[in-house]
Design a protein around this ligand. Sequence first.
Ligand SMILES: Cc1ncc(C[n+]2csc(CCOP(=O)(O)OP(=O)(O)O)c2C)c(N)n1
Length: 281
Amino acid sequence: MSFDKVQADRLAVKIRKNILRAIASEGKGHIGGSLSIADTFAVLYSGVAKVDPADPGKADRDFVVMSKGHCGPAMYAVLAAKGFFPEEALDTLNKGNTILPSHTDRLKTPGVDISTGSLGQGASLAAGAALADKLDGKTSYIYMILGDGELDEGQVWESALFAAHHKLDHLITFVDVNGKQLDGPTDQVCCLGSIEDKFRAFGYHVVSVQNGNDTGQIYQAIQEAKAVKDKPSVILLHTVKGAGIRYYEEMANCHSTEVKKENLPDFYQELDRRLKEKEEA
Ligand SMILES: Cc1ncc(C[n+]2csc(CCOP(=O)(O)OP(=O)(O)O)c2C)c(N)n1
């Protein structure tokens, strides 16, 4: 398949606008880690992941698993942009009877296949789904997104052992290495050492993406991962927490914080301006 970087970058802007809109409707939420993973969602939903908004439960679909489920707004942002449900639903984030709870829930949202929120669990569920597909002789992919803070969970490493043991080469894991977690820099909360060496030691093919907010680099990393046979791949995305909006990029802790409705026009303008600069560069 061909990849259109210009369209993917435009989708990333739309995703960021939708994230801001959804969280502003609540006044506060997980903005930092939602913005940092926006470009990965833009690539996955630019023809990479086999999904169909008209038939979200299609039998041969790929799964996109948001294991860092607190960043549900990033997934909702792309699902709305792609027509899985009307964009107006974004204004109901985390409210009573919403289809968009703060953390992803497969029983509530079209396009969400695995419920998450308790960090680490999405990793095991994704590995289980990948094994089930393999046993069924399916060719679908499972794309799973972890946070770097989430790597503190022992369950992530248990699932990694399992995925390598079963040679799950259709399980592609992303780690959003934004360097920060809930209450501080990941290195200070619980130092991870070399994430690259750790996954390699667990039997993974490791792709390190220098700029994890660059759609072209993300796309190339996925192509590399897909060419690997008989082992799972992990793509380490070196991102910026709050990416796209200077105010959040520069905030010491933008994990879960205010997004004011009155600031949306300025934020949208900044996103449009930065995209224009990129397109003209
Ligand atoms: C098992 C479990 N423990 C604690 C939490 C609370 N919690 C929510 S987000 C978070 C930090 C996650 O950091 P990271 O994975 O780096 O996410 P990002 O920075 O990308 O938002 C924590 C500890 C949780 N959701 N699940």
